[in-house]
Design a protein around this ligand. Structure first.
Ligand SMILES: Nc1ncnc2c1ncn2[C@@H]1O[C@H](COP(=O)(O)OP(=O)(O)OP(=O)(O)O)[C@@H](O)[C@H]1O
Length: 661
């Protein structure tokens, strides 16, 4: 079982031109618990997560995984998996192939592909084209990819989106199980009810700032929620409640009363001689939480002020202390209302204030140009070139470029060495991704949409890099003969290794994701699908290569559409609303049937690594050439790492878009 890793954010600020998406965010996310990352649309959750994953450069501050930044991880995907919103995939590719490519590129036994597909319930869709997948199926595929490397930390960004009720329940059970296994689980949502039943700890973000870090118990107190009450004589009921000093909101479904409980409300109605038609106690919604926070009520951010903190690191410490007290079994600290008054001001400040601009790092004058022109690859390239010029004294840039060329060359060698059709196909994917990555890097190691607004520094460049690699597949054990063990064997590998600590990701996940992924998901997919249809006749190995231009085009389209609708908010909201509707009437306890079965299977696999090896061997019959090629090449040169680096990163974020482009 992999060790969970502490995720730590320290004074993270991210500005996109005049928008401060994240402002001095500090928090600590502990292993073994499910930490909910809550906040309304636009609060900055996704941006924060992307910073953690090295996809967006922070304007200032740091985000670390087990004490190191994502860019510093030797094998990122083995350490942290992620499921981000609306990940785009290449529609022609099958789920199995998608994961196989990622597995090969990252030195993961191919047997793991079937395992994770089964784990997410896509075993019967393994050969189905992703283009035919529903949004929920793509979400499951993303989960499969996140679990591919059996990481000790997992980040989920609105994972319930696109899932049906059963799927939502499944993801919740999965989150619980992953945490119970000792992994670190951070899951964002703008719907508290979506994850309140599984979360142990909550971080509430508002306007980029942390406004609450607390155990879920704090939010679980029914009195913090609302009472829905109704009567035939609604006017009389409202009068009675108002007379009792309660705040009443008249909604279509009845009257909503906050700051009380069903018993008290019922008693008031009874004393007024009003027969109730409805009396329902609802737990606090995220809206309730925010109202409480803004008003400095019981939910005032006691965690934030729990420890004497210097102004520079308030939340991190608070978060840590809150996490420490967030064990599910611990009783609710409702008495924290003591803190409310003294914390009101801070709560108001946090929830109501505009984000600070004072922490602005150097502003890149070219940023807006690049931001606006992301859809135009040429412009992006020129803007990046300008940025590069501005950073001409940064030797790391040159080194990065050299490595990119090296990577691409290595991938091409790999492709050329492929001994059969399958190998050639996959090698072409990897190679084309590398080539594409080179282009990405050429026109920006920045997140096109926003990262480009930031000055390019060596550290930034490093932060945007990733070297996903997997020595071992299951539970962190690194077989001596694992494909990526070859990495350090030869000169090329050493060269790659040398770059590992800061290796510039030729694929530049930042560029990929921020430009196309962050704002493109659904739109991009639709565009890609059109392309797919037009390319149907090329749906062959060669098509992967020939798609390159299409991909670029798609990327541009995606970026353009992404700018129009940065986060496909409408889709997200609609799905979340559906999820909320489901949850509100859902029982609190769930059978573990399906997941248990998966867990058993996984457990068996875990308990019998030899058996896994055997299965790997079987897989090698099917993919032997691929695997051997991978091992051979990785052993001979750095390309294996390149695969890890580029492929893994791309797959993690935007593999669909760039794999073969
Ligand atoms: N690439 C970008 N360029 C410009 N602004 C951006 C970019 N990415 C995010 N933003 C802005 O930053 C703010 C935070 O966005 P973010 O996506 O992080 O919020 P969120 O909490 O994840 O919201 P949601 O729940 O809707 O996904 C928003 O105002 C958003 O418009």
């Amino acid at each position: 079982m992999p060790d969970g890793q502490v995720l730590e954010f320290t004074h993270v600020t991210k500005r996109f031109n005049d928008v401060t998406a994240v402002s001095d965010f500090s928090a600590r996310v502990e292993p073994g618990v499910v930490t909910a990352f809550l906040g309304p649309n636009g609060a900055g959750k996704t941006t924060t997560l992307r910073i953690l994953l090295g996809q967006v450069r922070a304007t200032s501050g740091t985000a670390t995984i087990g004490g190191v930044s994502h860019a510093e991880l030797r094998h990122p995907l083995r350490t942290i998996g992620s499921v981000l919103e609306e990940t785009a995939y290449r529609p022609r590719r099958s789920a199995s192939r998608q994961l196989t490519i990622a597995a090969k590129a990252n030195g993961i036994p191919l047997s793991r592909v079937d395992e994770v597909l089964s784990l997410v319930g896509l075993e019967h869709e393994a050969e189905g084209r992703i283009g035919s997948f529903s949004l929920g199926m793509r979400q499951r595929l993303s989960v499969a990819h996140a679990l591919l490397g059996d990481p000790g930390a997992l980040v989920f960004d609105e994972p319930a989106n696109g899932l049906d009720p059963e799927g939502i329940r499944w993801i919740r059970l999965l989150l619980r199980r992953l945490a119970d296994e000792g992994r670190t689980v951070l899951v964002s949502s703008h719907v508290l009810s979506e994850i309140e039943q599984v979360a142990d700890h909550v971080l509430v973000l508002s306007k980029g700032q942390l406004v609450l870090s607390s155990g879920i118990e704090t939010l679980a107190d029914p009195s913090a929620g609302s009472v829905v009450v109704d009567a035939a004589d609604r006017a009389a009921l409202k009068s009675a409640l108002s007379a009792a000093g309660l705040e009443v909101e008249v909604l279509r479904s009845g009257l909503t009363v906050r700051g009380s409980n069903a018993g008290a409300v019922g008693a008031i109605a009874a004393s007024a001689g009003i027969a109730l038609a409805t009396l329902v106690q609802r737990g606090p919604t995220l809206e309730d939480v925010f109202i409480e926070l803004v008003r400095g009520g019981r939910l005032a951010p006691q965690a934030i002020t729990a420890a004497p903190l210097d102004s520079a690191a308030p939340v991190a410490d608070a978060g840590a202390s809150a996490v420490d007290s967030a064990a599910p079994s611990e009783s609710s600290d409702v008495a924290d209302s003591d803190h409310a008054d003294s914390e009101t001001l801070q709560a108001q400040d946090v929830a109501g204030s505009d984000v600070s601009e004072s922490d602005a790092a150097a502003t890149d004058a070219d940023a807006s140009v690049l931001f606006e022109s992301d859809a135009d690859a040429a412009d992006a390239a020129r803007a990046e070139a300008d940025a590069a010029d501005a950073e001409a004294d940064d030797a790391a840039d040159a080194a990065d470029a050299a490595r990119d060329v090296e990577y691409a060359a290595a991938e091409l060698r790999y492709a050329a060495d492929a001994s059969d059709a399958n190998d050639a196909e996959d090698a072409a994917d990897v190679a084309s991704e590398a080539a594409h990555a080179g282009r990405e890097d050429a026109h920006g190691d920045d997140d096109p949409a926003g990262g480009s607004t930031e000055p390019q520094t060596p550290a930034d460049t490093e932060a945007a890099n990733a070297q996903p690699s997997f020595d071992d597949i299951l539970f962190g054990t690194a077989p001596a003969d694992a494909p990526d063990a070859h990495a350090a064997d030869d000169t090329d590998a050493r060269v790659s290794d040398d770059t590992d600590g800061h290796v510039p990701d030729a694929t530049d996940p930042t560029a990929n994701e921020d430009g196309t992924g962050e704002h493109s998901g659904v739109e991009f997919f639709a565009e890609a699908h059109e392309s797919d249809e037009s390319d149907e006749s090329h749906d062959s190995d060669e098509s992967d290569e020939s798609d390159e231009s299409d991909e670029s085009s798609d990327d541009a389209t995606a970026e353009a559409s992404g700018d129009d609708d940065p986060r496909s908010a409408a889709v997200t909201s609609m799905l979340a609303a559906a999820a909320r509707a489901y949850y509100e009437d859902e029982p609190k306890d769930y059978p573990l049937g399906e997941v248990d079965a998966s867990a058993e299977a996984e457990t068996e696999a875990d308990a019998a690594p030899e058996a896994n090896d055997g299965r790997d061997g079987e897989h090698h019959e099917q993919h032997e050439g691929e695997q051997h090629e991978g091992q051979q090449h990785e052993g001979q040169q750095h390309e294996g790492q390149h695969h890890e680096h580029h492929e893994g990163e791309h797959h993690e974020h935007h593999e669909g878009e760039h794999d073969r482009s």
